[in-house]
Write a protein that binds this ligand. Structure first.
Ligand code: 5RP
Length: 222
């Protein structure tokens, strides 16, 4: 199977996974990216089974609305039964790197509100040590150079993602050459730099379940 076929298989598996959770008042959190897009397309067939969604990006919100699926402001819902999203990397503890699509801050907020975070990814995303994928850091624009200097002190090589403005109006630094042996510590260290909005490490709040598309079928890691 190609990578796209593996992504489609996990998207279908994610719908099967959440079907028993759906009730008429259920709110589903929706992530961002190509795997999340495939999930949205599959979920659309079951839109009559639940109340609506909260989206982690404007792009996902538009796709959901295109399918006629209600999208709520996070402030207008009490919480979420489940959040489904992709990842750029996952280790075996389900600590993630996210933010390849620049939606990391809203993704982290929606994940924080969800009872259960189900990550969906193809097998290329599973690694022993996080950090081959450059770690995205969302920064307040005026702090970009200062934050970059602080990231160098932590051993990384930050690169400004030129031309990208997040849904929150901020900039992204992609940090190369980090070997992330303690993801929770590094997540907290980077988040304590003034001017950082958040970084793409999802370790303090990892995924609860990883549905991994492999050549042998979809595997469930917990
Ligand atoms: C967006 C993300 C995505 O979940 C991540 O980049 C994976 O994307 P894809 O499903 O396209 O491989 O974090 O900010």
């Amino acid at each position: 199977m190609t990578q796209d076929e593996l992504k489609k298989a996990v998207a279908q598996a994610a719908v099967e996974y959440i079907l028993p959770l759906l009730e008429e008042d259920t709110i589903v959190g929706i992530g961002t990216g190509s795997t999340a897009n495939l999930f949205i397309d599959e979920l659309a067939q079951h839109k009559h089974l639940f109340d609506g969604t909260v989206a982690s990006s404007d792009a996902s919100a538009e796709r959901l609305k295109g399918h006629g699926i209600p999208v709520y402001d996070l402030n207008s819902v009490a919480g979420m039964r489940v959040y489904i999203d992709g990842a750029d990397e996952s280790n075996h503890y389900l600590h993630l790197i996210k933010g390849g699509g620049a939606a990391l801050t809203r993704e982290k907020i929606v994940a924080a509100c969800a009872e259960e975070f189900v990550c969906i990814a193809d097998e290329s995303k599973l690694v022993n040590v996080l950090g081959d994928f450059p770690l995205p850091v969302e920064v307040i624009p005026m702090a970009r150079s200062y934050v970059a200097r602080e990231l160098v002190k932590l051993g990384g090589d930050p690169v400004y993602r030129e031309g990208v403005v997040t849904d929150n109006g901020n900039h992204i630094l992609d940090v190369y050459n980090l070997e992330i042996v303690d993801p929770i510590k590094l997540e907290n260290q980077i988040n304590s730099i003034v001017g950082v909005v958040t970084n793409g490490l999802f370790a303090s709040r990892p995924a609860d379940v990883l549905l991994l598309g492999t050549q042998e079928g979809v595997k469930t890691l917990k």
